[in-house]
Design a protein around this ligand. Structure first.
Ligand code: NAD
Ligand code: IPM
Ligand code: MN
Length: 349
């Protein structure tokens, strides 16, 4: 029997609730499909920062690297710790340190879910560059607090990273509809984004079976809302992919539905699975956070670990529960709680 070792980082706010809830269907699907998951929980969070001065220990990545995968809830408690400190102290260093250069964010309607923007079925896969670009962290502030103050945040795009994320996008497009949308803002950003377009054109010659359409970020943002059914695989830089995946979440029913997989395709380091949403301080501690995004991320994790039948079965069980929205949490108009939704998914397995 296969046994997987899972590192849990519940983090802050509703992250703690959704990770605990997602373990219930995980255990059920493992039992059913004949494998087991041993998990170790790490208390890395803003609470830890307030106690110790660090979001995670110095050897945090080394500790995580001993596991097959990481499941993360959410990081951030801005009332007490600046986001620039907490996210650069925990979430972002894992993505970058483990070279999880693909962030896969699926956006589609689960059975029974009708977001306010729903017009027709759609199935969009956002592939977000996850290690550099606008998130490079390069820059600084000078003459702070004076009228001469200048702040610079430098986007860094390397050929190696642009090429590998675009190639991943082409491969995904090839395995799905054969259509790839490449997102830039090359009408305004004449260095980084023109470079991205150039590399897209170079790769397109290698993939004659894939039809590439270039979109500017502003135009595709509108298209997500008005004509999502015209899109399939969407490849974008770190920041543009971040924004598009919250729009994707909105059109699929809300942030409680959007799953994400931070993948290290080479397998040299563990991959990390997490909902797209954050710690939701406005509803934290109430037991009403929607756990669906996290459970879906667990399905992505099982797929990544090679447990394909279990991954599909978990998604199917999720769909049987969403088919009756009254059973879901209040963000979807239901009267359920985080735990009742998770228990129903487990029961549907
Ligand atoms: P958020 O995603 O936490 O919340 C935005 C809105 O969506 C809130 O109204 C919230 O109640 C709602 N929401 C989010 N997830 C939900 C769920 N599962 N069920 C029901 N409603 C849900 O975004 P924010 O308010 O901008 O950020 C809060 C904190 O989380 C900040 O510190 C931010 O930096 C951090 N954050 C972390 C991550 C991450 O860890 N991956 C992602 C986004 C934001
Ligand atoms: C996400 C989040 C993070 C990001 C933040 C919290 C740094 O918004 O995972 O989408 O921008 O990547
Ligand atoms: Mn985001």
């Amino acid at each position: 029997m296969s046994e997987y070792s899972l590192a849990l980082i519940p983090g802050d706010g509703i992250g703690v609730d959704v990770v605990a809830a997602a373990l219930v269907p995980l255990e059920a699907v493992a039992d059913k499909h004949g494998f087991s998951v041993r998990h170790t929980s790490f208390d890395w969070s803003c609470a830890r920062f307030l106690e110790t001065g660090a979001m995670m220990p110095d050897d945090g990545l080394e500790q995580l690297s001993l596991h097959d995968a990481v499941l993360l809830g959410a990081v951030g408690w801005p009332a007490q710790v600046p986001d620039s400190v907490s996210l650069h102290g925990l979430l972002l260093p894992i993505r970058k340190g483990f070279d999880q250069y693909v962030n896969m964010r699926p956006h589609l309607l689960l059975p029974g879910i009708t977001g306010p923007l729903r017009k027709s079925e759609f199935d969009i896969l956002v592939i977000r560059e996850n290690t550099e670009g606008e998130y490079s962290g390069a820059g600084g502030r000078v003459h702070q607090g004076t009228q001469n103050e200048v702040a610079v945040e430098t986007a860094i795009f390397t050929r190696a990273a642009v090429e590998r994320i675009l190639r991943y996008g082409f491969e995904q497009a090839r395995s799905r509809s054969g259509r790839l949308a490449s997102v830039t803002k090359s009408n305004a950003q004449k260095h980084t984004m023109v470079f991205w377009d150039d590399v897209t054109d170079e790769l397109a010659a290698e993939y004659p079976d894939v039809t590439v359409t270039r979109y500017h970020i502003d135009a595709i943002a509108a298209r997500f809302v008005t004509h999502p059914e015209t899109l399939d695989v969407v490849v974008a830089s770190n920041l543009f992919g971040d924004i598009l995946s919250d729009i994707g979440a909105a059109i699929q029913g809300g942030l409680g539905f959007a799953a994400s997989a931070n993948i290290n395709p080479d397998g040299g380091f563990p991959s990390m699975f997490e909902p797209v949403h954050g710690s939701a301080p406005d509803i934290a501690g109430q037991g009403i956070a929607n756990p669906i995004a996290t459970i879906w991320s667990v399905s992505q994790m099982l797929q990544h670990l090679g447990e394909r039948d279990a991954a599909a079965d978990l998604l199917r069980a999720l769909g049987t529960v969403t088919a009756t929205p009254a059973r879901l949490t209040p963000d979807c108009g239901g009267s359920g709680t985080t735990d009742t939704v998770a228990a129903q998914v487990a029961a549907a397995l």
